[in-house]
Design a protein around this ligand. Structure first.
Ligand code: PEP
Length: 269
């Protein structure tokens, strides 16, 4: 069974003091049983990483960066490397968020190098994938997802793929009024798992976590989590306050319990 994930990217929010306040409040609100049943991560801005990692050190919440460079060091003004993230206390790194692609011109060819570096450095990449509104309207969503996935994972041995978390984030649903409809999410997650199966084999496909992001809230998250191929939630605005993320964590932990029961029932006959 795949361990579910609850993650939040803070974007350009929460300096050092606010990150510490967030951590203290989240820890006070989180039910310990929930946080130990799933993987929980927060992705603060770079300057807050060390402080957040220290503030969460006595909890199951892990910290990650929102981006990184593929080189370890050198003349790359304004960039941050995998060893720097590790030194700051990170376990995760988000790659290919749509804002990086659309506003800063990043490409999946660059993302491929970043995935490779993150994996060899021991960071867990959260690799964002998703079609635009136009690609959706043209009926090309699954083709786009296949191109993005194959470009980003190209060259990765099959047994390394489950160490990467895929975050399906339809670009038209990020920062929007509503999440993608559960039926639509189900089709895309199924398509992503089929892409993994075809190119990396059944075992890698079954073990790789595919999480959903895009206007998730504590109110709309449950039907998305109940989809078999959805392995967690990646949340922006609704988790920017600790009380919101605490509710998302509870939702994901409840889904983990339901999914474990389903597996037990199936195994039992
Ligand atoms: C995101 O930016 O990755 C995201 C999921 O944001 P929101 O939840 O606010 O749509």
């Amino acid at each position: 069974m795949r361990r579910l994930v609850a993650g939040t990217g803070w974007k350009m929010n929460n300096g050092i003091a606010d990150s510490i306040r967030y951590a203290e409040e989240l820890k006070a609100r989180m039910r310990p049983i929930d946080a130990s049943a799933i993987d929980v991560c927060v992705l603060p801005p770079f300057t807050s990483l060390s402080a957040a990692a220290q503030a969460f050190a006595d909890s199951p919440v892990a910290v990650g960066g929102q981006n990184m460079h593929w080189e370890d060091d050198g003349s790359w003004t304004g960039e941050i490397s995998a060893p720097m993230l590790l030194e700051a206390g990170c376990r995760y790194v988000e790659l290919a968020h749509s804002e990086r692609l659309l506003r800063f011109g990043e490409t999946y060819a660059q993302v491929r190098r970043k995935v490779d570096k993150a994996m060899s450095a021991g960071l867990t990449p959260i690799l964002c994938l998703g079609e635009t509104a136009r690609e959706k309207a043209e009926g090309r969503a699954d083709q786009v997802l296949a191109e993005q996935t194959l470009t980003s994972l190209g060259g990765q041995p099959d047994d390394r793929v489950p160490g990467i978390i895929l975050a399906y984030e339809p670009r038209w649903a990020i920062g929007a009024a509503e999440a993608a409809p559960p039926g639509y999410v189900e089709e895309r997650h199924r398509a992503l798992r089929a892409i993994l199966r075809e190119h990396h084999g059944r075992e890698a496909a079954e073990r790789t976590r595919i999480i959903y992001g895009g206007s998730v809230t504590p109110e709309n998250g449950r039907p998305i989590l109940d989809i078999e191929d959805v392995d967690g939630l990646f949340v922006g605005r609704a988790a920017w306050k600790p009380e919101g993320f605490a509710r998302i964590i509870e939702l994901v932990a409840d889904a983990a319990r339901r999914k474990a029961l389903d597996v037990a029932r199936t195994d039992g006959g």
